[in-house]
Design a protein around this ligand. Structure first.
Ligand SMILES: Cc1ncc(COP(=O)(O)O)c(C=O)c1O
Length: 429
């Protein structure tokens, strides 16, 4: 094993961060190569700096005028230049402040500084790189974002074990998680995504506390857990009883055997789907700042080995937005728009007289709602709707997901009526 990996491992060794590492996670390190040497030179070399693989003129990165034309207020260093491997430092610390502001229960709990990944998909994959070996079990509720299967099973060779998300009374099925934990003693990975894709459900405060207590008890019993929270739709909570923080808040300092890994980002939170900016942040009880830095270096090494770095342009635009005085108000206006659509959908469901085969699953947040299709095929329904020029997502043959986030308020009634009618026709045919 490389000496630098051994150094990082020695720092991490007393913690769950080390014990949870995959084989790759143990081997990886941040090399003292081009990136590290360039960073050193950037601080010291005012005479000539011939380090990074970029082209400079008069001390600034060269940008073609036809590209610079679109960059407006951004300098070359903020746009065409490379970003640091782990992300733009000012953005990382601004995002850390955002995490603390949005998750007040974190208080002063020590956590790592968020590291930038090219979107949340890459954030989850980086967590998998660091903590998942082929054959490992990962517990996921049975309503999950389909890409997890592609990633964990096909890419990483892990074994997804699902537990029922809702019980027979349509409550969050915490008992199913407890059983799944009991069946997997030793070490387990858990992946939780709230607001959930595809259902649009988030736990209530009581459910969030109970869930955290359950995983903590598992750790107290001598087992080790890595809990990945995919917070892609964070902030879009529409009901007062919903827990409006990330589960990371209640897990980050819960127990020495429990490593919380927060995946979040600008993709949905800041309405910049194509920017490709996500963040990965770690929290575990008793981990020191020095140990977090060692883990961040492992993550930086992992990123360096596969994507090198993320969008510099997007990071600087996001940073400027975070610092802009209108940012918070703009976001709450967008959020209010989505919440209004959520409320209209709830009204339509409450008033409906058609669409009998469609049973809505609980939803209180996010972008989506999902119907369980009773007696009819979700895939057939999707195809019928496609014929009516209405796009929806079938999840297997039993569930139909509607992204009401993508339908304007004035079209929601017609949209839902079309779905109900199509379901009724299929039911009768
Ligand atoms: C739960 C969940 N996680 C992650 C993502 C992907 O985020 P990104 O586009 O930033 O990779 C999505 C996108 O649909 C999602 O629904």
């Amino acid at each position: 094993m490389h000496a630098l990996a051994q150094e990082l491992n020695a720092v991490l060794e007393p913690t769950i961060c080390y014990r949870a590492l995959s084989d790759f996670g143990r081997r990886i390190y941040f090399p003292k190569g081009i990136v590290a040497q360039t960073a050193e030179a950037n601080q010291n070399c005012s005479t000539f700096n011939a380090t990074a693989g970029m082209a400079f003129k008069d001390g600034e990165p060269m940008a073609l005028p036809s590209i610079a034309h679109y960059l407006n207020d951004l300098s070359g260093r903020e746009s065409v230049a490379y970003a640091p491997t782990g992300g733009v430092a000012a953005l990382r610390s601004a995002w850390l402040s955002q995490i603390r502001r949005k998750n007040p229960s974190l208080g002063n709990t020590p956590i790592s500084t968020p590291v930038v990944t090219p979107g949340l998909t890459a954030g989850v994959a980086q967590a998998a790189d660091l903590f998942v070996n082929a054959g490992d079990v990962i517990l996921i509720p049975d309503m999950f974002w389909g890409n997890y299967r592609l990633m964990f099973e096909e890419r990483y060779g892990a074994r997804i074990v699902t537990f029922r998300f809702f019980d027979d009374h349509m409550n969050l099925n915490l008992a199913a998680l407890e059983q799944a934990l009991a069946a997997h003693s030793g070490k387990v990975l858990i992946l939780l995504n709230f607001p959930n894709n595809p259902t649009g459900y988030s736990p209530t405060r009581e459910q969030a506390q109970a869930l955290a207590a359950m995983v903590t008890r598992y750790a107290e019993a001598g087992n080790e857990a890595v809990v990945i929270t995919d917070d892609a739709y964070f902030g879009l909570f529409y009901e007062p009883e919903v827990y409006s923080e990330s589960l990371f808040s209640v897990l980050a300092a819960a127990h020495e055997n429990l490593l919380a890994v927060k995946v979040d980002g600008a993709t949905k939170e800041d309405f910049v789907w194509g920017f490709r900016i996500g963040f990965l942040t770690f929290g575990a009880r008793g981990v020191t700042p020095e140990q977090y830095v060692a883990l961040e270096k492992k993550l930086a090494g992992s990123l360096r080995s596969v994507i090198s770095n993320s969008t510099n342009l997007g990071q600087h635009i996001l940073l400027k937005a975070l610092q802009s005085p209108g940012y918070a108000a703009e976001k709450s206006a967008f959020r209010a728009l989505l919440e209004a659509r959520y409320r209209r959908i709830k009204e339509i469901l409450a008033e409906r007289t058609s669409g009998a085969p469609l049973q809505e699953l609980p939803f209180n947040s996010g972008y989506f709602m999902t119907f369980k299709c009773n007696n009819i095929s979700a895939e057939q329904l999707r195809k019928v709707l496609l014929g009516e020029k209405v796009g929806t997502i079938a999840i297997g043959d039993d569930y139909l997901r509607l992204a009401y986030s993508a339908v304007d308020m004035e079209n929601l009634d017609e949209f839902m009526a079309t779905v109900f009618e199509a379901a009724d026709k299929l039911n009768m045919s």
